[in-house]
Design a protein around this ligand. Structure first.
Ligand code: DX5
Ligand code: ZN
Length: 216
C-alpha cells in the first residue's frame, strides 16, 4: 500500500491546523515534518514544539520527521518524546549513523536514513538492516517547490535489488505525474509538499497516487 505523506513545509503557516485537517480529510496517511537547522541545509523550519503541538491536536496522525540537521543525536529523544513516529537522519552528517538508527528504534520510533542527490544508494547498503525506511531525496534538501530529479530513480531500483524490503520514500518535487516513476522504480511512500498542500482537490491527488500501485 502506497503511503502518501504531505509535507507541512508547504502549509499556510498561519493556518497550520486547518491545513493538517484538510490533508488528513483528503486521505493522507500522516504528515511529513521537515526539520532544518540552517547549517546542514541553508534554511530553518520547525522545532520539536511543532511535533508536540500536532500530537496534541491530532494524536492519531502519524508523524514522519525528516531531520535535515547536523548533530541529530542531540535531538532524537526530544523529537520522539514530542510525538515522532518515524525519525530519519541523513547519511551525509558523518559520525556513527548505525548508532543513531539503533537509538531511534530502541526509543520506539521507526528509523530512517536519507540520501541527498549526490550520495549513491550503495553508501547506505550496510545500514539497511537497521532501517525501517530509506528516504531518497529527489531535490537538494532545504526548500519545497523544486524540480523533481528523475535521475535519482535508479537508486530506488538499486535499494530494492540490494534486498531492502522496508519503506522507500521519495521526497522533493513529487506530484501526480512524477509519482508514477517513483512507484514504478519500487518506492512505496511519497512525500508531497506543494503538490498536495496547494492542490484544489487534494483528495483527488491522493486517489490518483494510490491508483499507481495497481499499475506498478
Ligand atoms: C525539502 C523537503 C521536502 C519538501 C518537499 O528539503 O525535505 O520534504 O517539503 O516539498 P515539495 O513536494 O514541494 O518539493
Ligand atoms: Zn522532507
Amino acid at each position: 500500500m502506497i503511503k502518501i505523506l504531505p509535507s507541512i513545509l508547504a502549509a499556510d503557516l498561519l493556518h497550520m491546523g486547518d491545513d493538517i485537517r484538510r490533508m488528513l480529510d483528503a486521505g493522507a496517511d500522516g504528515l511529513h515534518v521537515d526539520i532544518m537547522d540552517a547549517h546542514f541545509v541553508p534554511n530553518l523550519s520547525f522545532a520539536p514544539a511543532m511535533v508536540k503541538a500536532i500530537k496534541g491536536r491530532f494524536p492519531a496522525a502519524y508523524q514522519d520527521v525528516h531531520l535535515m540537521m547536523d548533530n541529530p543525536e542531540a535531538y532524537i529523544d526530544t523529537f520522539i518524546a514530542a510525538g515522532a513516529d518515524a525519525v530519519t537522519v541523513h547519511a551525509e552528517i558523518g559520525g556513527d549513523a548505525a548508532k543513531l538508527l539503533r537509538d531511534i528504534r530502541m526509543k520506539g520510533a521507526r528509523a530512517g536514513i536519507s540520501i541527498k542527490p549526490c550520495t549513491p544508494a550503495e553508501e547506505v547498503f550496510d545500514l539497511l538492516p537497521l532501517c525501517d525506511l530509506v528516504l531518497v531525496m529527489t531535490v537538494e534538501p532545504g526548500f519545497g517547490g523544486q524540480k523533481f530529479m528523475a535521475e535519482m530513480m535508479p537508486k530506488i531500483v538499486a535499494l530494492r535489488q540490494a534486498g531492502f524490503t522496508g519503506q522507500i520514500m521519495v521526497d522533493g518535487g513529487v506530484n501526480e505525474s512524477t509519482a508514477a516513476q517513483c512507484v514504478a522504480a519500487g518506492a512505496d511512500a511519497l512525500v508531497m509538499g506543494t503538490a498536495l498542500l496547494k492542490a484544489v482537490d487534494p483528495a483527488a491527488v491522493v486517489r490518483a497516487c494510490r491508483a499507481l500501485e495497481e499499475k506498478a
